[in-house]
Ligand binder design. Structure first.
Ligand code: GLY
Length: 333
């Protein structure tokens, strides 16, 4: 088992990565907790034992469960169960569960501890780490949320063995991103070590910028185009696949702007291909719509802002000229 600390002073917590990590649950629960509300989804084939009296609460399926009514239903169920502020919520599942249960934990009794048992690759390397919780509104994704750091995160790599292949591939898109944020060749590492290293890279960024006032933007590497693709309808791409296309686009754009050389663009293509992820924009999509959507990205405070690789590593680059964006997009079909 590899333990990665997330260093946040009084809110620091361990992330345990490895096969069977879920079995450490009882050991990481907050001292004094007397009962646990275990929040999960029906499709999550993972059973946990908190070693305390507990109740299993099943939220709705898929991304649709990331809604305010789920938070209300969970808080009402916590009340009926008699959960107090000294007790604990355990979220078992992917990002939908950790985001919704995390928000319920953040607001129930003005904050009760939460432990995430992340069962998808995407949750292990991204959603369960960092403390951002949230739900969607009909008007947009993640518009209501809170920063609420977990007390611990368990990334059980055994649970990845039963993940549907398309779900696993989606997680690979987020993992591909870390190849360019940590400065080393993650491709050489075994899966457990690669998950742990991805977690460590994210933990370091979160420790520097817990509330997303600057450096955390690098975690959005590849996401500006990815979000535009998803908003435009997804075109059959899952989140991580859209991120993969976004990474290739960001590399090509950085090259056009003279920030990286051709070999570095090739590194991006190699990593994306090594995971069997897509590198092109689906042909049916209108590039003009993508540019308009990217210009609307909530991180775009000055012109179109992208997170791009360069001589100082990956960093936000504001005011990228629309003509460069359009020309780069043309290379992406
Ligand atoms: N929960 C994901 C993050 O904090 O980045």
């Amino acid at each position: 088992m590899i333990t990665v600390p997330v260093e946040l002073g009084a809110r620091s917590y361990p992330v345990m990565v490895g096969p069977g990590a879920r079995n450490a649950l009882a050991d990481v629960l907050p001292e004094g907790a007397r009962r646990a509300a275990v929040v999960t989804q029906e499709a999550v084939p993972v059973v946990v034992d908190p070693g305390l009296p507990h109740q299993r609460l099943v939220i709705g399926p898929d991304e649709g469960a990331k809604r305010l009514s789920t938070v209300e239903e969970l808080c009402r169920a916590f009340t009926r169960f008699g959960l107090t502020r000294a007790d604990v919520v355990v979220a078992v599942g992917g990002g939908v569960v950790t985001d919704a249960a995390g928000l319920a934990a953040a607001v129930y009794h003005r904050g009760v501890a939460v432990v995430h048992v992340a069962t998808t690759l995407l949750a292990q390397v991204d959603a369960a780490i960092g403390g951002k919780t949230g739900v969607n509104l009909p008007e947009g994704k993640n518009l209501v949320g809170a920063f609420w750091q977990p007390a611990a995160v368990l990334c059980d790599t055994e649970t990845l063995e039963t993940l549907p292949p398309e779900e696993y591939r989606s997680g690979c898109g987020e993992m591909a991103k870390y190849h360019f944020l940590g400065g080393e060749d993650l491709g050489q590492l075994a899966l457990d070590e690669r998950v742990a290293r991805s977690v460590a890279i994210k933990a370091e960024v979160v420790a520097c910028d817990e509330r997303e006032s600057g450096r955390r933007a690098v975690l959005n590497y590849g996401h500006t185009l990815a979000h535009a693709l998803e908003t435009a309808g997804g075109y059959g791409l899952r989140h991580g696949e859209a991120v993969a296309v976004g990474l290739v686009f960001a590399a090509r754009l950085a090259h056009r702007l003279g920030r990286i050389d051709e070999a570095r663009v090739h590194d991006h293509l190699e990593v994306v291909r090594s995971y069997g992820l897509p590198e092109a924009v689906p042909p049916q999509i209108d590039p003009g719509e993508l540019v308009t959507l990217m210009a609307r990205d909530k991180k775009a405070t000055r012109g179109i802002t992208f997170v791009l690789d360069g001589p100082r590593g990956v960093e936000p680059v504001p005011d990228v000229a629309r003509a460069d964006v359009e020309a780069t997009l043309k290379e992406m079909f």
